[in-house]
Design a protein around this ligand. Structure first.
Ligand code: 13P
Length: 248
């Protein structure tokens, strides 16, 4: 059985003081959660967030990680820096990073390897754009993202994949639950073909893209969907808690 994982991706939102307030609001609302609960916050919030989640069931994540150990990489943050502060998860290859910051399947691969070798758990994002979808290229794009992104990686026990159709991010448009389930099923079949049935059976694959309290139940009921990567709705304690507690 795969344990569902609901992760918030705060993106570039919340100052440290705001982060502390939001976590304090969230703590009592999610304390009985059945899924694994993660919040991925901006670097400047990590320190205060690490203190705020101590002794709770909320796990801490970052939104990116450098592919090198240390050195002349202005503006980057290393896996060791994250690890020492108490970070457990890290989002890698989010579509916004691919779109605005030149992230490629190759750099995703390097960052994922670096996270794994430092004991961080990568949440690797894949997904097609609207144009790719309309041209019927979804499978082709996902295949390339998966095969290149995970090239040389064999141990998937600490990896989570987030399927985020780019056209559904921040747009209010959600993939239908059936559609998301089907596409995630395709990703799982790809993993099975490449890495074997056992890996595919145990690998958690989240859906992300306008997931909110009103649609989370339907999405989470799907066989292939093991959780959500939540953007906008993760910035409001009640909304994020409602998603986390989707089973109640
Ligand atoms: P929204 O939930 O705001 O659509 O964002 C999804 C996302 O990008 C999570 O990583």
């Amino acid at each position: 059985m795969r344990k569902p994982i609901i992760a918030g991706n705060w993106k570039m939102n919340k100052t440290a003081a705001e982060a502390e307030a939001l976590i304090n609001e969230l703590k009592p609302l999610v304390k009985k959660a059945k899924p694994e609960v993660v919040i991925c916050v901006p670097y400047t919030d990590l320190w205060i967030a690490a203190k705020s989640v101590l002794g709770t069931n909320i796990k801490l994540g970052a939104e990116n990680v450098a592919w090198a150990d240390s050195g002349a990489f202005t503006g980057e943050i290393s896996a060791a820096m994250l690890k020492e502060i108490g970070v457990e998860y890290v989002i890698i290859g989010h579509s916004e990073r691919r779109q605005y910051f030149g992230e490629t399947n190759e750099s995703v691969n390097k960052r994922t390897k670096q996270a794994l070798s430092n004991g961080l758990k990568p949440i690797v994002c894949v997904g097609e754009t609207l144009e790719e979808r309309e041209k019927n290229k979804t499978k082709k794009v996902l295949k390339k993202q998966v095969l290149e992104g995970f090239d040389g990686i064999t141990d998937f026990s600490n990896i989570v994949i987030a399927y985020e159709p780019v056209w559904a991010i921040g747009t209010g448009k959600t993939a239908t639950a059936e559609d998301a389930n089907k596409t995630i099923g395709y990703i799982r079949s790809l993993i099975k073909k490449t890495y074997g049935a056992e890996v595919a059976k145990n690998l958690r694959i989240q859906y992300g893209g306008s997931m909110k309290p009103s649609n989370c139940k339907e999405l989470m009921a799907m066989r292939n969907i093991d959780g959500g990567l939540i953007g906008g709705a993760a910035l409001k304690a009640e909304d994020f808690a409602a998603i986390v507690n989707y089973k109640d």
